[in-house]
Design a protein around this ligand. Structure first.
Ligand SMILES: NC(=O)c1ccc[n+]([C@@H]2O[C@H](COP(=O)([O-])OP(=O)(O)OC[C@H]3O[C@@H](n4cnc5c(N)ncnc54)[C@H](OP(=O)(O)O)[C@@H]3O)[C@@H](O)[C@H]2O)c1
Length: 267
């Protein structure tokens, strides 16, 4: 049994996940870092230990339910409980919705939605027994408004928001908190992989500005134990969700300009 609070962060080998693990470590947590790349996880874990946390690495593919169950069981076996579960692992598919292959659509749901769902189930099983804990599900502002070239991605993130809202209320009687994290454009490796990804990033940058990953990690770590249904970042991110809810045609007009910019950037 650890005297430290205990957290699991998925997608902790880079970006928002690595920064969240580090922010929790600074607060003295025992953090279990999970993702597929062992070397990058190890580097992130070393930074956590240098910052005063206790860090463990569990190589995990969140798309495989058995691996997620093993991740959570391993953390609880070693540290005796689970205070925060950060379901953050995710990826993008950058394609027009009607041109997205069925294979790509299924693959992104396996990680962004099912991987997160497995994390919720495994964490909730522990936390309902404890009658305490906090689950963070990382969605996106694109989980509130679909965007051109992000149809598949937005679909997964809308699914995350819906699941998270239901879970939040269902787990209230168990004293468990559930927060939906809605980052806007954040400086990570997310868009690096493809020319379309880079074009999408520069298109968004014009509208939203760019948030440092460290800020997202800090905000998540600071919210543990607090009743926060959602966490939003940057004025641009907030504005997008408000305009989409109140003036869908204005949001369409903005997205049309974004689409034209993106296509121009690709040429
Ligand atoms: N960057 C943005 O602008 C932005 C905006 C809104 C929301 N988000 C969300 O923030 C989350 C983190 O993304 P990021 O921006 O930090 O991007 P990132 O730097 O690319 O990090 C993605 C993380 O997810 C992990 N991952 C991917 N597939 C996985 C799998 N099958 N199993 C386990 N881990 C997996 C990656 O690790 P491995 O490759 O080592 O497995 C990596 O650690 C994602 O859910 C993303 O959708 C990002």
């Amino acid at each position: 049994m650890s005297h430290r609070p205990v957290a699991i962060v998925t997608g902790a080998s880079s970006g928002i996940g690595a920064e969240t693990a580090l922010a929790l470590a600074r607060r003295g947590y025992a953090v279990v870092l999970a993702a597929r790349r062992a070397d990058r996880l190890q580097e992130a874990a070393e930074r956590c230990e240098q910052a005063g946390g206790l860090a463990r690495v569990t190589v995990t593919d969140v798309a495989v339910e058995k691996q997620v169950k093993t991740l959570v069981a391993g953390a609880v076996e070693e540290f005796g409980r689970l205070d925060a579960m950060v379901n953050n692992a995710g990826l993008g598919v950058f394609a027009r919705a009607h041109e997205t292959t069925t294979q790509d659509m299924r693959a992104i749901f396996e990680v962004n939605f099912f991987g997160l769902f497995y994390g919720c189930k495994a964490a909730a099983a522990v936390m309902t027994r404890q009658r305490s804990g906090h689950i963070f599900n990382v969605s996106s502002v694109l989980g509130k408004r679909g965007s051109p070239f992000h149809g598949a991605y937005s679909a997964t993130k809308f699914a995350v928001c819906g699941l998270t809202d239901a879970l939040r209320v269902e787990l209230m009687p168990y004293n468990i908190r559930v927060t939906c994290v809605l980052p806007a454009l954040t400086a990570t490796e997310f868009f690096k992989g493809s020319p379309r990804g880079r074009a999408a990033r520069s298109g968004f940058r014009k509208w939203q500005g760019i948030v440092p990953a460290r800020l997202v990690g800090e905000r998540i770590a600071a919210a543990v134990g607090k009743s926060r249904p959602e966490i939003l970042f940057s004025a641009g991110g907030r504005l997008l969700t408000v305009i989409s809810a109140l003036w869908p045609r204005a949001a369409d007009a903005m997205m049309r300009i974004y689409l034209d910019d993106l296509v121009k950037n690709l040429k």
